[in-house]
Design a protein around this ligand. Structure first.
Ligand code: OAD
Length: 259
């Protein structure tokens, strides 16, 4: 199917709705771009986290094991970002679309917890959740919120180091989350991909699997990604908030006019 970069968000969303609405629910994959309008920086590109921190140093499990305080510099920034942020219209549109039975599950690479805050219930957090903390030694768990975060210490009462329940480089993804995402994608659902560069696997394999099994791929992104020129059937080229809202409206119009 040819790409239509020049078409407006509205036109692209209408075309996507027409293609998707006959085969619901749509599997969703989100990345950092869905939270950018909640003021959480992405990883790649200008102003991205990996501009300021070498990912393989600060984000690697081997660094964390040897120099946890170094990794915690970056982790504090990630957690603080999620603590001071609220879900945006893209997170909310996805939660509403789930409520109408149009989408699900939402597979996310984000660790900020904003999809859950917005009300998404069927959520697969492939890279974990930075609000969940546990001790590396005694396993004691805590869940952070803005009130507990202000007095947070990286040292557990057992004097060992705490870590967030997220996936570091060099670690496997949680087996149950990845297994369910792959199993769902293998059924060949239509897939909506929002705000991911599509560089990091195995997350980036989910749309590839869905497509290979017969699904159509609709993408919302402010820039072309790894998928755009190759796998994407309809590219909604714009910010996640406008794109998700336009798609929600377009699916509603599709049902209103076809009933
Ligand atoms: P990236 O930072 O690689 O990509 C962010 C994507 O969001 C890019 O394609 C941007 O064009 C797009 N984007 C930016 N602002 C946007 C907006 N307002 N609306 C829509 N799209 C926007 O983030 P991810 O693809 O999520 O993994 O990164 C994948 C993984 O790489 C992360 O989960 C993290 C990182 O290393 C781990 O830490 C394990």
């Amino acid at each position: 199917m040819p790409m239509h970069y020049e078409e407006s968000i509205q036109t692209a969303a209408d075309r996507a709705a027409e293609l998707l609405s006959d085969d619901l629910p749509i599997l969703v994959l989100t990345g950092a771009g869905v939270s950018v309008e909640s003021n959480i920086p992405p990883f790649r590109g200008e102003g991205g986290l990996w501009d300021r921190y070498d990912p393989y140093e600060y984000g690697h499990i081997d660094t964390f094991r040897v120099h946890p305080e170094r990794s915690w510099e970056m982790l504090r920034e990630i957690i603080e970002g999620s603590m001071r942020s609220m879900p945006n219209e893209a997170h909310r549109a996805l939660a509403r679309m789930e409520g109408k039975g149009w989408i699900g599950p939402v597979v996310t690479q984000n660790v900020d917890g904003l999809h859950a805050m917005a009300g998404t219930r069927d959520l697969i957090e492939l890279h974990g959740n930075a609000r969940r903390i546990y001790c590396m030694d005694c396993g004691r768990k805590e869940v952070l919120d803005p009130s507990t975060w202000s007095g947070f210490s990286i040292k557990c009462r057992c004097s060992s180091i705490k870590r967030p329940d997220i996936v570091f480089f060099g670690e496997m993804l949680p087996e149950d989350a990845l297994g369910r995402a792959v199993e769902t994608a293998s059924k060949g659902p239509n897939i909506l991909v929002i705000g991911t560069s599509g560089i990091v696997h195995p997350a980036a394999s989910i749309p590839i699997i869905a497509k290979a099994n017969g699904g159509l791929l609709v993408e919302i992104n402010s820039q072309p990604s790894e998928f755009t020129g190759t796998l994407t059937d309809v590219f909604i080229n714009g910010p996640a908030t406008l794109g998700a809202r336009a798609l929600e409206d377009a699916i509603q119009r599709f049902f209103d006019t076809s009933s």
